[in-house]
Design a protein. Structure first.
Length: 237
């Protein structure tokens, strides 16, 4: 994956509310981040980690980018363009935004599409809603830990005030401390796929991972500011 594409994908995976939707034949679908299109294949990174999808165009029903992404586009027999935004794919055609106008291009005319670099408008849309969505699909919480960094996974339920309050505190710590990352996973309710996967029956929870990617502490019953700070300090050792 090219560096610019990788950065864009990671920014997108901060939020499923602003994630891209890929629909495949056979009633398969995925949420995550579009990476690129080349040699007749869509490259797509599912949310929550895991191996990137590389799907042939023939099996892709649709792709919806939320929001549209700045891209470089090469049509067969034409020069590369860097002034388009990629909105999605449907009915065997790619949909671009050219200025204020939507433009539909048959798939047979598109050679490749790739990220045009950092897209601050798209990144800001992601930042407005920073929770991974664990309501409709299982999220591997352990896979969210970033090696070399202390990672705090906040198991969140939006209707619980303490979850919002303490989650904001963890986020502020991550913004001010080097080598600390926080991620929020919205479980929705106790019957959601992610909640069932881990037997989660209370929220909030804060799962603290060390630099080695191993789970060091679960704050389930107590998660005061002091508890959180102590768990992070111990995970740095």
């Amino acid at each position: 994956m090219k560096p610019a594409v990788a950065v864009t994908a990671l920014l997108l995976l901060a939020s499923l509310a602003s994630a891209d939707d890929l629909t495949l034949k056979g009633d398969r679908s995925a949420k995550g981040a579009f990476e690129q299109y080349k040699q007749g294949r869509f490259f797509f990174q599912p949310a929550g980690g895991g191996e990137a999808l590389r799907e042939m165009r023939a099996v892709v029903v649709s792709l919806d980018l939320q929001p549209a992404a700045k891209v470089a586009v090469k049509l067969y027999g034409a020069k590369k363009r860097n002034d388009l935004k990629f909105k999605g794919y449907r009915e065997a055609a790619f949909v671009f935004v050219d200025g204020a106008q939507e433009q539909t291009v048959p798939a047979t005319k598109v050679e490749w599409i790739q990220s045009a670099g950092m897209d601050f408008e798209r990144s800001m849309a992601v930042a407005e809603s920073d929770a991974l969505d664990g309501r409709l699909a299982e999220i591997d919480l352990d896979a969210l830990a970033e090696p070399g960094t202390v990672t705090v996974v906040h198991v969140h339920k939006e209707d619980i005030m303490s979850s919002t309050r303490q989650g904001s505190y963890v986020k502020s710590l991550a913004a001010s401390q080097k080598g600390l990352k926080s991620l929020k996973v919205d479980i929705g309710d106790w019957n959601s796929p992610t909640a069932k996967k881990y037997g989660i029956v209370s929220a909030p929870q804060f799962w603290v991972y060390g630099r080695d990617g191993k789970l060091r502490k679960k704050l389930v019953d107590r998660f005061t500011d002091a508890d959180i700070e102590t768990a992070i300090k111990e995970a740095r050792r």
